[in-house]
Design a binder for this molecule. Sequence first.
Ligand SMILES: C[S@@+](CC[C@H](N)C(=O)[O-])C[C@H]1O[C@@H](n2cnc3c(N)ncnc32)[C@H](O)[C@@H]1O
Length: 196
Amino acid sequence: MFHNIPKAILDRMQYLEQVDAQDRRDGTPHLRRLRQIPRETGKFIAILAAGAPEGASLEIGASAGYSTLWLALACRDTARKIVTFEVSEEKVRLARETFRLTGLENIVECVQGDARECIKNYEQISFCFLDAEKENYLDCYEAVVPRMVRGGLLVADNAMSHGESLQSFIERARLDERVDVLIVPIGSGQLVGRKV
Ligand SMILES: C[S@@+](CC[C@H](N)C(=O)[O-])C[C@H]1O[C@@H](n2cnc3c(N)ncnc32)[C@H](O)[C@@H]1O
């Protein structure tokens, strides 16, 4: 999956990494920044997505499509598709540009809207990467888990970097008997939940 990544995908990954790094240096306002996951997290979610059971693969929070590119590598390998939700019109434009330039439009669908509502149109979810505004995590979790297949995986970013603001979400997931949960120290900390 990580060997022989097509040049167009690698080029776009590198470009978005540069933009993200520049934004951080420039002090670009929080909501305008791309706020992408690091490569290590990209590889982690791609490996998990490739091993998920049959069903719908979803992402909440596309930004410019960087994390989606990693998930798309898993989808290429497993002949699946992925739907990514993004609420910001400007980010949707950037993400669609990413998928057009990388030739992934037939694998990735970018849906504009609030994932808390959009999720209700999906069932049989086998994989979901959650990387949205932290105050939305709990609502997204409550929308995703009932729609997941047995053995389905939910991965939530920032479980360590934002442990305090995500406390109610993390507590809810940890005590939820529908899922087995572990927090893994990769990138900003990944909460991994498997539907039992
Ligand atoms: C941290 S960024 C995502 C970064 C992206 N996953 C990556 O690594 O390339 C969070 C994104 O989630 C979007 N977002 C926040 N809340 C959302 C919601 N409820 N539904 C859909 N998108 C949301 C924001 O507009 C922002 O672009």
